[in-house]
Design a protein around this ligand. Structure first.
Ligand code: PLP
Length: 397
């Protein structure tokens, strides 16, 4: 075991290291409010409801949502939000276009829908994470059978590359398809502007770039895209009705809300907005590039992520002759570097990269990552997996 403090480089999985403001907001909520939003008229429940509304409004500002912030509903995570959107929009006979970069949170529900008569077309992808717009246009148009929905990740959780959402959305709208964006990796890391990008449905998670606790996330659907509820139950209002209320957010928020989680998410979103997404991106892009160059200098290490500042702060590598899981385990045990090995819930993208059998090792930087941590992580990779010293050491720095 390394004696030095651990280096957390798995922010793409979750921001396990959180700002004090987020932790304080959760504990303050549990101590001072503790009630369920919308479930009573007493002051604690009213205060809880106000906090949830503030969080909805903050997210509406962050994502530039038009109209009523109530069209953003809180869900447990991006997976629930994506399921709600996919099962809500697609009917037997519909065709959905998705990408080979999809997380299992999209791939698996679409496969489940295929078993119910929905057809899918998968855009093929490339090792550099790019999308062929001609292929996308053809797939969306179909053979006189236009797609009902395009679903795509804003950023790949394997390579960190950003997809051209606005261009793809425009192609989708040309054939009358709706656009569902999985912003699990981009929210808080890259600007997400649903109006500028032409997004009809946005699924996001709260526990990654938005720095909230697990159990938070949500789905926004633009006006005139009405989704049926997936869950039925109490909403605090309209209790005499036998059916779910017609109005959002209640229609899609059955059961008690995650008050402490949403309080933490609100603090995380405020943290992000105070600093600005562009500033956060610039800082993390610099750290990502520093790590990329250092890893790229190590003989025997194949850096799979592109070495550019675009996209999110992910650098994924494969080490010659070393199993990805072994490298990650040794980085943890011998150097205290915490990263994620395997297929990252995106096996199709690993097939494209040639790592479908072995997996790869993903490093992901976040709000608290420092240059020193990045340098120590690269030096540890060189020691454990490399035949050469990393750039930072070779340069004598
Ligand atoms: C691209 C992408 N989509 C969806 C998810 C699922 O997110 P959640 O864990 O919030 O359901 C993840 C999480 O790893 C992801 O990276």
């Amino acid at each position: 075991m390394s004696a030095e403090p651990p280096i957390y480089l798995d922010y793409a999985a979750t921001s396990a290291v959180r700002p004090d403001a987020v932790i304080d907001a959760v504990t303050d909520y549990l101590r001072g409010i503790g009630a369920t939003p919308g479930r009573a008229g007493h002051r604690r429940a009213v205060e809880a409801g106000r906090m949830v509304f503030r969080c909805r409004r903050a997210l509406a500002e962050l994502f530039n949502l038009p109209g009523d912030p109530g069209r953003l509903t809180f869900q447990l995570n991006a997976t629930h939000a994506l399921n709600l959107a996919l099962f809500g929009v697609l009917r037997p006979g519909d065709r959905v276009v998705r990408t080979a970069y999809d997380h299992n949170a999209v791939r698996r529900p679409v496969n489940a829908l295929e078993a119910r008569g929905v057809r899918q077309t998968v855009l093929s992808g490339a090792p550099d994470g790019s999308v062929d717009l001609d292929e996308a246009a053809r797939a969306l148009a179909g053979n006189r059978n236009p797609a009902r929905l395009l679903v795509l990740p804003h950023a790949s959780n394997v390579l960190g590359t950003a997809l051209p959402v606005a261009e793809l959305a425009s192609l989708a709208h040309d054939v009358g398809a709706l656009v569902l964006v999985d912003a699990a990796q981009s929210a808080g890391h890259l600007p997400v502007d649903v109006q500028a990008m032409g997004i009809d449905l946005l699924a996001f998670t709260g526990h990654k770039g938005l720095l909230g606790p697990q159990g938070t996330g949500g789905l926004w659907a633009r006006e005139r895209v009405e989704l049926p509820p997936a869950f039925f139950g109490g909403t605090g209002g309209d209790s005499d009705s036998p059916d779910m209320p017609g109005l959002l957010p209640d229609r899609l928020e059955a059961g008690s809300q995650n008050g402490p989680g949403i309080a933490g998410l609100l603090a995380g979103v405020q943290w992000v907005m105070e600093r600005g997404v562009l500033a956060i991106h610039a800082r993390q892009a610099a750290l990502k590039l520093r790590l990329w160059y250092a890893l790229d200098m190590i003989a025997g290490v194949d850096v799979l992520s592109p070495g550019d500042p675009d996209g999110v702060g992910i650098v994924t590598i494969a080490a010659a002759g070393m199993d990805a899981a072994e490298l990650a385990t040794r980085l943890d045990r011998e150097a205290g570097v915490l990263v994620r090995a395997g297929l990252h819930c995106a096996p199709e993208q690993h097939e494209i990269l040639g790592t479908g059998r072995t997996g790869a090792v993903r490093f992901s930087v976040g709000w608290a990552t420092t240059e020193e941590e990045v340098d120590r992580a690269a030096a540890a990779v060189a020691r454990i997996a490399g035949a050469a010293e990393p750039a930072v050491r070779a340069a004598g720095s």
